[in-house]
Design a protein around this ligand. Structure first.
Ligand code: NAP
Ligand code: GLV
Ligand code: GLV
Length: 303
């Protein structure tokens, strides 16, 4: 905030809670630059109201909340925050993977509630992690960082992305496979694709029928990459053993069917949530806005 206040006139001081739609529409009217979060839908209506706007700095790496074509058509630069959150989000992905496999939430609840009766041989038996096959859907920045961490757990990695990796990006123990093989062969499936017209409901009823019944799905990408209703059904039918979720189709609403299920660990979209990373993301937004105001190229322009 100090970096912002030093250089810009703020039309709206930031608030912790997401702004209402009318606040966004009002706020963009005078603004030449905007920092927004992934909860703000920057669509045609907002862009139409933003007659002076030159740059939108999205405080996130994913930018599916912004109508990129409309922004481009109006000459508004859009930027995001890649790289600075990659390792932090990969850490959280592993937090969810381990927590789901080893039933952390149920164990915590048992101890905290005072219902723990003591050690016993069959208590809260979980899934093995080490040595199991990790499937990564979307082998980009975060996908790579998640795959690198698998080495310590001696886990072979299978991945699927549209573009093959160059030999310099590839690593021993990582194997490109078809989408179908990834679904069929993985013990853990971790999603790292952006949300696009192509990836919406990439994991739906048909795909969940192809996975091992012992498999665990981890989603730290975007909720709508998974058909949440199909996920609930697959977990209920035993087609899938568990799910670790950071993101949901209709945040902050969560399908009530998910809430009651065991073997599901749910976090409130915390992928990049450390102070160090959020600070870097903020400074990156400032840097991008300044670049545009100074007539240069925004370093993280996506449109
Ligand atoms: P990235 O470097 O662009 O990686 C995305 C990967 O997905 C690329 O390898 C891309 O490769 C692949 N991909 C795109 N479309 C695909 C498709 N249709 N089928 C298969 N693969 C596809 O992005 P990133 O920085 O790793 O971030 C990934 C996403 O994570 C973001 O877009 C965001 O939604 C999410 N995220 C969430 C959190 C959180 O808080 N939970 C934090 C950060 C990021 P090809 O184009 O070659 O296929
Ligand atoms: C968070 O979800 C991001 O895309 O940065
Ligand atoms: C468990 O705590 C063990 O010592 O095996």
């Amino acid at each position: 905030m100090a970096a912002i206040e030093e250089r810009f006139h703020l039309t709206r001081p930031p608030q912790e809670d997401p702004p209402s739609r009318s606040v966004v529409l009002e706020g963009v009217r005078e603004a030449e630059g905007m920092i927004c979060t992934l909860t703000e839908g920057i669509d045609q209506e907002v862009l139409h109201a933003a007659t002076r706007l030159r740059v939108i700095a999205n405080y996130a790496v994913g930018f599916n909340n912004i109508d990129i074509d409309q922004a481009r058509a109006r000459g508004v630069v859009v930027t995001n925050t890649p790289d600075v959150l990659t390792e932090t989000t990969a850490d959280l992905t592993w937090t969810l993977l381990l927590a789901t496999a080893r039933r952390l939430a149920e164990g915590h609840q048992m101890v905290q509630s005072g219902n723990w009766k003591g050690w016993s041989p069959n208590q809260l038996l979980g899934a093995e992690v080490h040595g199991k096959t990790l499937g990564i859907l979307g082998m980009g920045r975060i996908g790579h960082a998640v795959a690198r961490r698998a080495t310590g757990f001696a886990m072979p990695v299978r991945y699927y992305s549209r573009t093959p990796l160059s030999p310099s990006q590839d690593s021993e123990g990582w194997h490109p496979v078809s989408f179908e093989s990834l679904l069929a062969e993985s013990d853990f499936i971790s999603l790292h694709v952006p949300l696009t017209a192509e990836t919406i409901h990439l994991i739906g009823r048909r795909e969940l029928q192809c996975v091992k019944s012992t498999a665990i799905l981890i989603n730290t990408s975007r909720g709508s990459v998974v058909d949440e209703m199909a996920l609930v059904e697959a977990l209920r039918n035993g087609q899938l053993a568990g799910a670790g979720l950071d993101v949901y189709e209709h945040e902050p609403r969560v399908d009530p069917g998910l809430a009651g299920l065991p073997h599901v660990v749910m976090l409130p979209h915390l992928g990049s949530a450390t102070l160090a990373t959020r600070t870097k993301m903020g400074l990156m937004c400032v840097e991008n806005i300044l670049a545009v105001f100074e007539g240069g190229r925004a370093p993280n322009a996506v449109a």
